[in-house]
Design a protein around this ligand. Structure first.
Ligand code: SF4
Ligand code: SF4
Length: 325
């Protein structure tokens, strides 16, 4: 795979500093019941990297001390970490809003029969990737039979109240373009998804989050192989809008990998671009979450490179969807 980090200094990205920390995004490990072609972390059933109980304890202490409002769980399939349910229960006891980035099919895995009820019972917000509303495209990207099982899982979630306005059980879907193009306007695409999934499968959801593809990992490497990398970077750079800078997720989010190392965002984690070490830890290549307990990162510089234009191009894009419609 081509490394794209060395190619990320062509344009220069405006300097950014952190604001008040609101969200801790935690990668619980690379084990997954699926092995999607485009997977950023190459997750799969045979991966063994998983966040330990000790690191999960650090996460909970950090959340409590820093008064974190949102805990955003990702992976692999985060639910396959053996401590997942314990972490969710303890975070909810602290009154923290929990988001689970769920691949949907994990809800149908053997041994996970009670998972959907558990998530609903703890009022966990679900964010699920469904790259298209057609079976052919989803199965091509995510594996044969994935579309049908995803629809089955969505129906199960709907019966529990997920996706029903007023239920408080939030179910959002994620769309990425298939190739080197910016996502279409989020609102119009959401209307299409709602119409097709509703009419054909009786499925409901709350919002569609349309995210731009980042020129990193497998997607970035494919662009390099096809000689499209520079054109895609020029597209992102040309579509940059200054007004998106105030809302990029790294200003209020911190990302932790399965070993406990910290990054400004999930994209930087995938690029292996660590959080710049704060005062007292200078000279260190990497910083552990446990070393940040009790520290205030407000005003701290953010590690930016050219891939950041993926967050500020056009309508903008973050883990929470478009920044501006
Ligand atoms: S479901 Fe997500 S984590 Fe799992 S292989 Fe697919 S893209 Fe990777
Ligand atoms: S990729 Fe986006 S979220 Fe990450 S540091 Fe750059 S602007 Fe911030």
């Amino acid at each position: 795979m081509h490394a794209t980090l060395p190619l990320m200094r062509q344009y220069g990205f405006p300097a950014l500093r952190r604001g008040r920390l609101e969200t801790l995004q935690v990668n619980l490990g690379y084990r997954c019941n699926q092995s999607c072609l485009h997977c950023h972390v190459n997750a799969g059933p045979n991966r063994t990297e998983t966040m330990s109980r000790e690191t999960i304890s650090d996460v909970l202490v950090f959340v409590q001390v820093s008064k974190i409002r949102n805990l955003d769980l990702t992976g692999g399939a985060p639910e396959l970490n053996p401590h997942f349910r314990d972490l969710v229960e303890k975070a909810r006891e602290l009154d923290v809003h929990v988001i689970d980035r769920c691949n949907l099919t994990v809800l149908l895995e053997p041994g996970q029969e009670g998972l959907a009820n558990f998530l609903a019972g703890h009022r966990v917000e679900l964010i699920a990737s469904l790259p298209c509303y057609t079976e052919e495209l989803v199965d091509r990207q995510r594996g044969k039979g994935v579309y049908e099982r995803s629809i089955q899982a969505l129906r199960r979630l709907n019966t529990l109240g997920y996706g029903t306005p007023g239920s408080g059980l939030v179910l959002n879907l994620v769309y990425n373009p298939q190739g080197p193009a910016l996502p279409p306007p989020q609102e119009a695409l959401e209307a299409d998804y709602k119409r097709v999934l509703g009419e054909q499968h009786g499925v409901r959801f709350n919002r569609l989050l349309a995210l731009a593809n980042m020129p990193i990992q497998r997607f970035g490497s494919t662009l390099v192989s096809k000689g499209q990398f520079n054109d895609y970077m020029a597209l992102l750079h040309g579509a940059h809008r200054d007004e998106n800078l105030a809302s990029v997720m790294c200003r209020t989010l911190l990302s932790v990998d399965w070993r406990g190392f910290v990054y400004d965002c999930d994209f930087n984690q995938m690029l292996d671009l660590p959080l710049p070490p704060p005062e007292g830890l200078r000279g260190r290549k990497r910083v552990q979450l446990s070393e940040l307990i009790g520290r205030d990162l407000d005003g701290h510089p953010i590690a930016v490179r050219d891939h950041c234009y993926g967050c500020t191009a056009g309508q903008g894009s973050s883990c929470g969807g478009a920044l501006h419609e």
